[in-house]
Design a binder for this molecule. Sequence first.
Ligand code: SF4
Length: 323
Amino acid sequence: MAPILEVQGLTAGFPSADGTARVLDGVEFAVEQGEILGIVGESGSGKTMTALSVLQLLPPSCRVEAGEILFRGNGLLALGGREMNAIRGEEISMIFQNPRSSLNPLFRVERTLAQVLRTHRGLKGAEARRASIELLVDVGLPDPERILRRYPHELSGGMCQRVMIAFALASNPKLLIADEPTTALDVTVQLQVIELLARLRREHGLTLVLITHNLSVVAELCDRVMVMYLGRIVEEGPVAEIFDHPRHPYTIGLLGSRPTLGDHGRLNAIPGSVPDLRERPGGCPFHPRCPHAKDVCAQERPAHEEVAPAHWTECHFWREVAA
Ligand code: SF4
């Protein structure tokens, strides 16, 4: 079966005084029907820009310079506003990091949910109410009648995120993109949201692109993971393979900087920070921060190499790094 989403050579950036500040640099991946793909990386790595480009929600000054995005075989970049509106929300839904700011504070949950159901499913009155209750039950909210009467400020963070997931599912989307859906929540609620997404995948065959900086969430939920750095995918593969046999120094750094029991607050952070997009290093973009960098790294961009079945990376020295 063809992938539900294919991104091919996507390159995008903001015009700047000395050229273009590139936010996506030849991004290329596919999402299969029913899979959960994790995208990880530090802030500024291009995770959210990748998601926004799929929905054509990039900031107005950000231009796509090259590439293609195919959703169920159809090119999205050539679509007009009306056609894209029909796909957004109806075929592809997105949930965001801060659910409370995504909900209209002036409307009760019932009113917003009814609007979504009317727009995308043509439901009104009692039918819309019945569907609203079903959705809230489906996302694990007890006493849905009471939740429908609530304003967003009367809900906890976890409840707000479940309501947002209900909104996102209201149109029966083929693909859900979740941008840091657990980041603003406390640890217990994070686990509940992860369990909810896992259950929705089991019960509804949800296809999900999950953007996160939390590798534990990826380990719990995802089938495959893509590691992004400065707008490029530097490593990708099945989750177990990447966690057990990371080949790129950046992935190794991310895995090593996870907090673990007994580390007494000391983390092995990756040295330095993601550079300004206008000062993108030549060669391998990670070389100024890489503990394995050699002269060639500053001059030549490494190839995208398959290092094990379905496991790809971009590093001149992946054999030595992994040894
Ligand atoms: Fe490090 Fe060089 Fe590999 Fe880049 S190519 S990750 S700088 S060793």
